[in-house]
Ligand binder design. Sequence first.
Ligand code: AMP
Length: 178
Amino acid sequence: MIQTGPTLSEIESAIRNIPDFPKPGIQFKDITPVLGEAHLFAASIELLIGQFKPGQVDAVVGIDARGFIFAAAAALRLEAGFIPVRKKGKLPHSTYEQNYELEYGTNTIAIHTDAFTSGSRVLLIDDLLATGGTAAAAAALVQKAGAQILEITFLIELSGLKGREKLQGYPIRSLIVY
Ligand code: AMP
C-alpha cells in the first residue's frame, strides 16, 4: 500500500512517556506532542476513523477530557455529532450516571439522557485504554441512552492492563499497543 502522510510509527515516536506522573509507578503517555504537530494530529484522526465514512456514523462520543480532542475532530471529519461523556456533576441537563472502579476508590461519569435519537450509530473514542473501567462505563452509558456502538477506538492501548477483558462484546480497535 502506498502510504501518504505520517505513518503510525511517526505518531508513536511523538508520544512521550513521563515516568511517575501523576503518581509514582504510573508511566504516563503524553499525547500533547501529537496534537501540536498538525500533520500528526490530522493523521491520528484519519487512523482513528479507520474504515468509517461520512453517512455511516451519527455521533462520535468522547470521554472527558483527552478523549474530547480526538472525538470532536473525528466527528467533524465524519460529518457526525459530538457527544461528551463527562465527570459527574458537569453536565447541566438530566443525566444517566455510571460508577466504575479505580485503583483506589470509584469514579462516576455521566451522559445527557437526550444525547441521542434512538438507535443512533455511535463511535466511542478515547486517547488510551488502560484497565478498561472508563471505556466500559462510557459504553454502558451510551447503551443506556439508547444508541448502538459501532466501534470503540483508542489511540493507545496498554495491553498489560487487560482493558479489553472489560469490553467483551464490543468491536475494539487500538492504533498503538504497548
Ligand atoms: P482506564 O479506565 O484504566 O482504562 O483508564 C483510561 C483513562 O485514564 C483514559 O481516559 C486515559 O486518558 C487515562 N489514563 C490511564 N492510564 C494512563 C496513562 N498511563 N497515560 C495516560 N493516560 C492514562
